[in-house]
Write a protein that binds this ligand. Structure first.
Ligand SMILES: [Zn+2]
Ligand SMILES: [Zn+2]
Length: 281
């Protein structure tokens, strides 16, 4: 069994205001838990700060050890890192897994983001210990979970992940460039990576009209997410990476529209802060 708890569901930039309160304004961060094992964190966006607060409240901050699977290095996926409370205590460890960088390493690129003058301290000055692992198109083991890291079309090196434990599975594709002509062609490699997955968390940033205006911004329509869910046989599709310009009514209407298109094949869910899903029961 695994569970997924959503702490940040927004793409691009945080947006905290009344009109986004239902689904939430923090950027990408999803906690994946397998009972009695260290947690896996998908992306380190601003939602991470609230995950840190929850861990503190649960008394799980001390001696904290986790693995983070980051999709890529755009701000909305890493910005929460220095605000993650467990890293402000001695003894905490966080291994960050992410895509190989062109001519560089994940560590080199990531640490450029957390150091003066863009942040008051460097990441290696935090009391907790952060380590890095470059992984693209390979399978790694995190506790009892098998994690498949696979390349996803976006802007710059980007990973998707599939997490399998004995009886549960989840695939995480936060940012996904749809073909710029708006067609629904999905790479066979991604269909295979998501084959029969129980929970598919997927980019759904733009509607068709917005996509036509921003076709090279690295994202896709919810219809494209549904195409992948259908072709791969995913059971539940979680529409994720909501555009910061979309209010709650927009997301609600989109979930309804896509559920209508999906029929009974796939259950459509709008990612919302605080949402918790279980797989493998
Ligand atoms: Zn993003
Ligand atoms: Zn991105």
């Amino acid at each position: 069994m695994l569970s997924a708890t959503f702490y940040g569901v927004r793409g691009s930039t945080p947006c905290s205001c009344d009109s986004t309160r239902e689904f939430g304004g923090n950027t990408a961060c999803v906690l994946v838990e397998v009972p009695d094992e260290p947690p896996i964190i998908c992306d380190l966006g601003t939602g991470l700060r609230y995950l840190g607060r929850d861990l503190d409240d649960r008394g799980q901050s001390n001696g904290f050890a986790a693995t983070a699977l980051i999709s890529h290095l755009h701000w909305d996926h890493i910005q929460g890192t220095p605000f993650f409370r467990p890293l402000l205590g001695e003894g905490a460890t966080l291994e960050i897994v992410g895509p190989r960088q062109n001519g560089s390493t994940l560590e080199t690129e990531f640490t450029r983001f957390v150091r003066p003058p863009v942040f008051p301290v460097a990441i290696d000055q935090l009391p907790g210990d952060v380590t890095f692992r470059d992984a693209t198109d390979e399978v790694i083991q995190v506790g009892s979970a098998t994690v498949q890291c696979f390349d996803v079309p976006h802007i710059g090196p980007t990973n998707g992940y599939r997490i399998d434990v004995g009886s549960g599975s989840l695939a995480y594709i936060s940012d996904h460039q749809q073909p710029m002509d708006g067609s629904l062609d999905v790479a066979d490699s991604l269909v295979e990576a998501c084959r029969d997955v129980d929970i598919l968390v997927h980019d759904a940033q733009f509607d068709h009209e917005e996509f036509q205006q921003r076709s090279d911004w690295g994202h896709c329509t919810p219809e494209y997410a549904l195409e992948l869910a259908r072709r791969s046989g995913a059971r539940r599709l979680v529409l994720f990476h909501h555009d910061p310009g979309h209010d709650d009514a927009w997301v609600r209407a989109t979930v309804k529209r896509i559920q209508g298109a999906a029929g009974t094949d796939v259950t459509i869910i709008g990612a919302a802060e605080g949402l918790r899903l279980e797989s493998g029961n």
